[in-house]
Design a protein around this ligand. Structure first.
Ligand code: OGA
Ligand code: MN
Length: 218
């Protein structure tokens, strides 16, 4: 976690170097969001990625991509809330939960699976505090993408996360509440100089429950 921030800070000092997985408008934002916006590249093994893809693809293909909802943050997507998983996938999700959430924090038992078409994208938004607590943890499958966080009070302050397939990202505290997040569309999908061509992308997202809510029944 700290490692990726250090890599990113190192990259700021050494332009041209492989940029790591985080880049920001300046060192201040990287310091501010250290530990709050985290990327763990290679969190999934190739076999784990395959397990999730095989389980999710047939379920997703039964649905149609949705476009053109003027009030929607997400364009070109299909999604599902999934509560039943194969044992192999449950073990993977358990690893995500252990990595992202303190044991006492109540979490949604359902997992949000979002399939973005290669032309799909997610506009800047902050997850509603009605439906999401202080931590969001997401796995990325199939295509790399760039997630951009922008300070809701000061649009000059931003952070970008390079999300490769098999990576896990975690947003908490200030990264979850004080910054919007978005997934860049293909035409805008750059990580610094580095073009990140966007194909179809599946994300698997675990969230904590809104604060003050009773936990899910055991
Ligand atoms: C969302 C969202 C990010 C992702 O569904 O609210 O921001 O990784 N998703 O798909
Ligand atoms: Mn969101």
């Amino acid at each position: 976690m700290v490692w990726s921030s250090q890599r990113a800070l190192g990259a700021l000092r050494a332009p041209g170097a492989w940029p790591g997985w985080l880049r920001g408008s300046g060192p201040a934002v990287l310091r501010r969001l250290r530990g709050a916006a985290v990327v763990r590249p290679g969190f999934l093994s190739a076999a784990e990625e395959e397990t999730l893809k095989r389980e999710l693809d047939p379920e997703l293909r039964r649905r149609r991509y949705e476009y053109d909802h003027w009030d929607e943050a997400i364009h070109g997507f299909r999604e599902t809330e999934k509560s039943h998983w194969s044992e192999a996938s449950q073990a993977i999700l358990q690893r995500v939960r252990a990595a992202a959430f303190p044991p006492a924090l109540a979490q949604f038992p359902m997992v949000h699976v979002l399939d973005l078409h290669q032309n799909g994208y997610i506009k800047p938004h902050v997850d509603s505090i009605k439906f999401c607590g202080s931590i969001i943890a997401g796995l990325s499958l199939l295509s790399p993408s760039v997630m951009r966080l922008v300070d809701t009070q000061d649009p000059q302050e931003w952070l970008e996360l390079l999300l490769e397939p098999g990576s896990l990202y975690i947003l908490r505290g200030p990264a979850r509440y004080n910054f919007s997040h978005q997934i860049l569309r293909d035409e805008e999908s750059f990580f610094g100089e580095h073009r990140v061509p966007r194909g179809r992308r599946i994300s698997v997202i675990c969230r904590s429950l809104p604060e003050g809510e009773p936990g899910p029944p055991n």
